[in-house]
Design a protein around this ligand. Sequence first.
Ligand SMILES: C[S@@+](CC[C@H](N)C(=O)[O-])C[C@H]1O[C@@H](n2cnc3c(N)ncnc32)[C@H](O)[C@@H]1O
Length: 257
Amino acid sequence: MNKKIMIDEKKVIYGLQKIPISKKRTKISNLFENISSDYDKMNDLMSLGTHRIWKKDLVDRLEREQFVSNRKTILDLAGGTGDIAFALKKRFHQNEITIMDLTLDMMKIGKKKALKKNLYTGLNWVAGDSAYLPFAQSTFNNITCAFGIRNVAEIDKTLEGCYKVIKPGGKLMILEFSPEVIVPFQKFYEYYLKNVLPFLGDKIANNKEAYQYLAESIETFYNPNDFCDILESVKFKIVKLKKYLSGAACLYIATRI
Ligand SMILES: C[S@@+](CC[C@H](N)C(=O)[O-])C[C@H]1O[C@@H](n2cnc3c(N)ncnc32)[C@H](O)[C@@H]1O
């Protein structure tokens, strides 16, 4: 019986391969556990610090969406080591922010950072899989997710869950890499993903395989139009698609109607 379930389990993209959902979940969790201590340093190096600008822009745009200043509840999905949650907490002191992530070691680093930054109170840390959100319907005013969605094993289920737990009128803000950049830079971008990223992963984090996966997961992620279609297929309405660095990263702002 168990054997049959294993054979029939739906397969999903993991880098360049297709593997069963449960295997992807385990591999992803192990991968981020292994790179957790180098994660922040590698992010700065790989993006030459630009991930900070994109994350700040996400928070700026969220501020524009939150016209009134009273208390809001925000879920930062696949929140990892807490960058988005800390930026949100600094900007909106009254908001209640929940960080959810699959990998305990990523959140452990995040909690240490929160203590150092004196931002520990008012942040809730929840361990779990984004496809199985342990929250009641219409719990959050907004949901953010930075560089997490392409790593989750069940993207559709995650988005459907987001739709349920966001209040009507609330925004889902997803920041994610795209496999496409504008034509003059496409070859360079592909070279960077295939060669530079695994090289840096090897030299700095001593983990070429993990960074090779991260590069491959970008190459095989949806292009922006297809990802907008997926958001719309789970009933979100696309409000804005903002591209950064010639399209290498995209911010999807979608409304729960
Ligand atoms: C590239 S990191 C992004 C972390 C953080 N949001 C940032 O921008 O720095 C991806 C994160 O997604 C988390 N993740 C992957 N699959 C997940 C899932 N199914 N549910 C929740 N978190 C998941 C990983 O544990 C990891 O912390």
